[in-house]
Design a protein around this ligand. Structure first.
Ligand code: NAP
Length: 283
């Protein structure tokens, strides 16, 4: 079974659009997401466009603020302070990566926690690890939604995550743990990686290396979630971290790249924006 993140996200976005339609009557306006794009990195430009397109589909107001990569850290922090103070702004997202002269951690920490739609603010991260209410990071949240939509039972399963980044590997491991999986986190220093991954009933791969996971690393019947977004060096096309063609026949469930985790990430960003909007109104 191939889980189409494209189809699932289309369905979820349509449900959100229906809900948002009623917001002007209920709350006087729709949620407002502000995306800050620094510089011209083609990948970032394309991600920001995708976020604007999804916002339009859901009926969320989207403002993209473009700044040159010469912007100083101080100027960026001042812009964030203005957006924090603006009651008409519900979500603030700073597209990463930022130019080297800007401290990303400082910028993320400057965003009002209540408007942190990415779930990267240190207080949101702390809340996640303490099982407190928080904004969940979009990619891990989308992965859990995909597993549930595919009818995968997570509880009691042996889950292996490859990668331990703050935005994917670590938070998805925590969410799997919260769903009562038995989780192993692996990384570049893991010895005998294939031996560990072959134990996985659920394998989540977030490395950033084209087709790194080969068929011999995956057990028959495993559920395989491929987070990677890479260019295939041979074809130049988008591909994941998993050798899809070789693994699809032996996996019970697998996600494709493109059309898998990526669309779900954007879908969860829309959900987070709506949640931030509603939470601020509930106060
Ligand atoms: P990252 O910050 O570069 O982290 C990569 C992780 O992979 C690190 O923990 C690293 O281990 C581990 N790793 C690298 N080489 C390895 C190896 N040979 N064996 C085992 N582990 C290895 O990357 P990321 O931000 O998590 O992103 C990972 C991939 O997901 C990228 O392709 C990215 O573009 C994609 N991504 C997709 C979405 C989406 O929505 N589809 C969202 C976010 C990211 P160490 O910690 O030991 O260095």
């Amino acid at each position: 079974m191939i889980i189409s993140g494209k189809e699932l996200s289309a369905q979820l976005k349509a449900e959100m659009a229906e809900k948002v339609k009623g917001f002007p009557a209920l709350y006087g306006r729709v949620p407002h997401l502000v995306v800050i794009l620094v510089g011209e990195d083609p990948g970032s430009v394309s991600y920001v466009k995708g976020k604007a397109k999804a916002s339009a589909e859901v009926g969320i107001r989207n403002t993209t603020i473009r700044k040159p990569d010469t912007i100083s850290e101080q100027e960026l922090l001042e812009l964030i302070a203005q957006l924090n103070a603006d009651d008409e702004v519900d979500g603030i997202l700073v597209q990463l990566p930022l130019p080297k002269h800007i401290d990303e951690d400082k910028v993320i920490a400057a965003i009002d926690k209540a408007k942190d739609v990415d779930g990267f603010h240190p207080l949101n991260v702390a809340a996640l690890w303490q099982k407190q209410p928080c904004t969940l990071p979009c990619t891990p949240k989308g992965i859990i939604k995909m597993l549930k939509a595919a009818g995968v039972t997570i509880e009691g399963k042996r889950a292996v995550v490859i990668g331990r980044s703050n935005i994917v590997g670590l938070p998805v491991s925590k969410l799997l743990l919260d769903e009562n999986a038995t989780v192993t986190i692996t990384h570049s220093r893991t010895r005998n990686l294939a031996e560990v991954t072959r134990q996985a009933e659920i394998l989540v791969v977030a490395i950033g290396r084209p087709k790194f996971v080969t068929a011999d690393m995956v057990a028959d019947g495993a559920v395989v979630i491929d987070v990677g977004v890479n260019r295939d060096p041979e074809t130049g096309k988008l591909c994941g971290d998993v050798d899809f063609a070789a693994i699809e026949p032996k996996a019970s469930v697998i996600t494709p790249v493109p059309g898998g985790v990526g669309p779900m990430t954007i879908c969860c960003l829309m959900e987070n924006t709506i949640e931030c909007f509603l939470r601020r109104r509930a106060k």
